[in-house]
Design a protein around this ligand. Structure first.
Ligand SMILES: Cc1ncc(COP(=O)(O)O)c(C=O)c1O
Length: 392
């Protein structure tokens, strides 16, 4: 049988990512590649108790079909947290619960993108977002960033260079893959430029709660007076990814369309799970949990930086992140990290080659290291191995 697959499924395919995913389950290989939080930090006992409470105490309506927007008490809880942290004034009508931030990206794409539309994004950026956007047959303009965020003059030139710019996609806090954070001035300038050009900004912010510094910059929604910012959030990094729980916050008109997209995609996110997480958030000390996991990740991050200084070539450059799960290494320009990957796997260590995060795959000499998912002894072993690979 010769199958006539849709073009979009081929846009989603990356043989390199499949190879990395295939290697992840090999217990002999130390993986510094995945974007996973640490399994030993998941509040499993508490979540089990919350699941029991859900099945014993909750109203039977949560076992029924319900509205696409999501479980009202959870929506209120998330919106209140967002408003408190960012001085915004959203309400329960401004939010849709999604199956993780990943589904948020997909629903926004479904709502806004026509074939041939142009997405402006950081370069490098979250590679699965690129694949999602590609599946809607859009094109990209990758915009260079410096240590303060996207370079706004370049963004403006790029917008003006095409007739069909549609969305600006950014990860403003502890970015995947670079670990970098936008400062407040760039956030304000971004909104100003997007508003002037009638573009929607998609702020993808799943790392916000994993901060190593006391104050995290406000969400871009704080600076938005015209309703053109969509904010995506997630419990994947702060609680655990297996829950598949995230959210989309936006103005009424946008959120109405996104709720429609959600309904035709999967009707609703499980209300049973939403009740379970709501129980956790209201009966346990979530802030304490966040403080605890952020301290562990900060410690692992510092150790990784020290090990990189000690074991990798002197030419390696990086900026220590203020939060999140990743460090981005720039090696000397003659190194091709994708070509080096089989050698690293042979040595028993896995990293994520930087090229896969670029819209045009033009930069070959970078790689992303994840420090959250392995314990300290394995971090040491992994980076010593990495040193052996790149010092040859
Ligand atoms: C920037 C970014 N957005 C979205 C996601 C997907 O997260 P979720 O598990 O909430 O779908 C990830 C996961 O690594 C990510 O790094």
């Amino acid at each position: 049988m010769k199958y006539n697959f849709a073009d979009r499924i081929n846009h989603m395919d990356s043989k390199e990512i499949s190879q990395i995913m295939g290697t992840l389950s090999n217990p002999k290989i130390i993986s510094l590649s995945a974007g996973s939080p640490s399994m030993d930090l998941f509040p499993v006992k508490e979540l089990k108790e919350c699941a029991n409470m859900t099945y014993t105490d909750a109203s039977s309506s949560i076992f029924q079909y319900s509205t696409a927007e999501g479980f009202l008490p959870l929506r209120n809880w998330i919106v209140n947290k967002h408003n408190l942290e960012n001085n915004t004034s959203f309400n329960e009508k401004n939010i849709v619960i999604s199956n993780g931030s990943q589904q948020g990206i997909d629903l926004v794409s479904k709502t806004f993108l026509n074939k041939g539309d142009v997405i402006l994004c950081e370069n490098p950026t979250y590679t699965v977002a690129l694949s999602t956007f590609k599946s809607y047959e859009c094109n990209f303009l990758g915009i260079e960033s410096d240590e303060h965020g996207m370079i706004i003059s370049n963004l403006e030139k790029a917008i003006e260079s095409v007739s069909n710019a549609k969305l600006i996609y950014i990860v403003p806090n502890f970015q995947n893959p670079t670990g970098s954070t936008w400062d407040e001035i760039r956030r304000i300038q971004l909104v100003e430029v997007a508003t002037r050009h009638n573009l929607v900004i998609v702020e993808d912010d799943p790392y916000r709660d994993i901060s190593f510094v006391p104050n995290v910059h406000s969400s871009i929604t704080k600076f938005d007076s015209f309703g053109n910012v969509i904010s995506l959030g997630s419990f994947s990094k702060s609680l655990c990814p297996g829950l598949r729980l995230g959210w989309i916050i936006a103005n009424n008109e946008i959120i109405g369309k996104i709720a429609l997209a959600k309904q035709v995609t999967d009707v609703q996110t499980s209300y049973i799970l939403q009740q379970q997480v709501y129980n956790y958030l209201t009966k346990y000390d979530f802030q304490k949990h966040l403080k605890n996991i952020s301290e562990v990740y900060k410690d692992r991050c510092t150790l990784t930086c020290n090990l990189v200084d000690e074991y990798l070539p002197e030419s390696v450059r990086y900026k220590k992140p203020d939060g999140g799960l990743f460090i981005w290494l720039k090696l000397s320009t003659d190194v091709d990290t994708l070509k080096m990957l089989p050698k690293a796997i042979e040595r028993g260590v896995l990293y994520f080659p930087g090229e896969l995060f670029y819209t045009d795959r033009s930069t070959k000499n970078c790689l992303r290291l994840n420090y959250s998912s392995v314990k300290k002894d394995k971090l040491v072993e992994g980076i010593v191995k990495l040193g052996e690979v790149f010092n040859k």
